[in-house]
Design a protein around this ligand. Structure first.
Ligand code: TYD
Length: 205
């Protein structure tokens, strides 16, 4: 069996940068690595981008178009395909799987939308638990600065409030899911990377 590592955090926490750095770190050590993400690039993921996320605004949820329940079900459907077709086979083949987001995103974001946490946990019960979940945590003010390039205009306040709730939700989830480890993402890229490496090395020994 390989190892399954997930990155989580609010938008603008620096997940994709750290995912790539960790992927490189593994490759240099000779590991076979699969880097993946949710929503995926499959037809389900595309449907999510079309129905749930605002076009071209890079991951800031609009949320106004379909019901929150339908949104959660779409993310879960995408994830079911992801788990069965990619994650499980790769782990079985002994690979390292690194995913940018997983079911914890559904818990943090769809819970922030007002859905029931227990229902969300039940809905995602099929999703195998990772060996390690790295939560990149930073104040929303800082993450919003980082994604400032994204055109959110007069949506700022609404998105700020949502992201604040999502961040709080992630921190609450740590108590329930001990595989989640918090990393202070306010530090510079290299410092964050070395803290992640320390966690990963502990996992490999
Ligand atoms: P993001 O990682 O920004 O993807 P990309 O930049 O490739 O479009 O994710 C898109 C958004 O979807 C992000 O705001 C978090 C949200 N999301 C959920 O609300 N629930 C989920 O289950 C997942 C996986 C993501």
């Amino acid at each position: 069996m390989g190892k399954f590592i997930v990155f989580e955090g609010i938008d603008g926490a620096g997940k994709s940068t750290q995912v790539n750095l960790l992927g490189e770190w593994f490759r240099e050590k000779g590991y076979d690595v699969v880097i993946t993400k949710e929503p995926t690039d499959t037809a389900f993921g595309k449907l999510i981008r079309k129905l749930v996320l605002t076009g071209g605004k890079e991951g800031i949820i609009d949320g106004a178009r379909i019901s929150h329940e339908a949104e959660a079900l779409l993310f879960a459907a995408d994830r079911a395909e992801h788990v069965n077709k990619l994650i499980k086979p790769a782990l079985k083949a002994g690979k390292i799987v690194i995913s940018d987001r997983y079911f914890y995103s559904s818990l943090a974001y769809q819970w922030a939308r007002g859905l029931d946490l227990e229902w969300l946990i039940d809905l995602n019960r099929f999703a195998i638990r990772p060996n390690l979940v790295i939560l990149l945590d930073l104040p929303v003010k800082e993450s919003m600065k980082r994604i400032n390039g994204r055109d959110i205009g007069n949506e700022f306040d609404r998105i700020f409030e949502l992201q604040k709730k999502v961040r709080e939700n992630y921190l609450k989830l740590v108590e329930r899911f001990p595989e989640i480890k918090i990393i202070n993402a306010f530090e510079d890229v290299e410092t964050v990377h070395s803290q992640i490496v320390a966690l990963v090395e502990a996992l490999l020994t």
